[in-house]
Design a protein around this ligand. Structure first.
Ligand SMILES: [Zn+2]
Length: 288
């Protein structure tokens, strides 16, 4: 091996900083290379070159919230597939899979496609989003379209007082139904379902999982959850804030036990069948 710059044949392995361009953007990455002892000109062998290209691609991916090569490999191994089988499953060429697992950055649409086909929680959440978008406001959503942002803020607020999903779900139910009773619209647009444990937001397990994944909530063990950031109540109107405070006050003393008990006595619960959506019309007879 000879230096391309000064013909010297002595090299020393070093970690050097490079700034390759990926999709028109300069990426700063440190990689192992041989440096000429005389003029410092770097030179890479095949192994170093592959590691460098992969590191640069992954740096770009992280900066743009795209799956890294290792995450793509991890998805494929969870599914127990060879690169060929994985390519067939994704309906792409095998060469694409090989490149994505190394140095070739997938585009945003391809990234979304991989997640939808490989990440169970992501796929379920996507189905939920389609569900929300394709159902116009009606009596089961409290005359509102579902707002994930408002739902997040209500959860972040109530979780201080009703710390487990069992109690939180009832507090959510009361927040939306109480506001409907007073103002003829709910707050979050959530649909509630009659479950064994009382009225619950439709798909609440997926919603909670999603909020944990998005670092809105963290699990404290023993079914308890905690909000990562303080709720931003400015996004709510005055009437919404007053209902939120009212229900929070009810949950403060006993963590929501009374709300749980009361929710089972509501017509909204007693007059609906298991697994059925609960009409907000029942809010008129709310006991709270
Ligand atoms: Zn040299």
């Amino acid at each position: 091996m000879k230096c391309l710059h000064c013909d010297n044949d002595k090299f020393q392995e070093k970690y050097l900083c490079f700034t390759p361009e990926i999709k028109g953007e300069q990426i700063e990455v440190t990689a192992a290379a041989f440096a000429c002892t005389q003029c410092q000109e770097p030179l890479m062998n095949d192994t170093q070159m592959n590691a460098f290209r992969k590191a640069a691609a992954d740096k770009y991916r992280k900066l743009h919230n795209l799956l890294t090569s290792d995450e793509i490999i991890a998805f494929r191994s969870v599914l127990g597939m060879s690169q060929t089988a994985f390519a067939n499953y994704l309906k792409v060429g095998e060469a694409s899979v090989k490149r994505w697992e190394t140095y070739y950055v997938q585009d945003v649409g391809q990234d979304e496609h991989i997640r939808l086909k490989c990440d169970e929680a992501y796929a379920e959440f996507n189905a939920l989003e389609v569900h929300w978008k394709s159902h116009p406001p009606d009596e089961f959503s409290g005359n509102k379209r579902f707002s994930l942002e408002l739902f997040k803020q209500v959860v972040s607020y109530l979780i201080q007082f009703a710390k487990s999903p069992l109690f939180l779900n009832k507090a959510l139910f009361y927040v939306d139904f109480k506001h409907f009773q007073l103002y003829n619209t709910g707050i979050t647009g959530t649909r509630y379902v009659h479950l064994e444990y009382g009225p619950c937001p439709d798909q609440y397990q997926n919603l909670i999982q999603y909020l944990i994944k998005e670092h809105v909530l963290i699990s404290k063990g023993h079914h308890e959850l905690k909000s990562v950031e303080k709720a931003d109540l400015h996004v709510f109107s005055d009437s919404e804030q007053s209902v939120l405070h009212l229900i929070a006050d009810c949950a403060k003393s006993d963590g929501g036990k009374n709300l749980l008990r009361l929710s089972h006595q509501e017509q909204a619960y007693k007059k609906t069948e298991p697994m059925q959506y609960i009409s907000y019309q029942f809010a008129k007879k709310l006991k709270i």
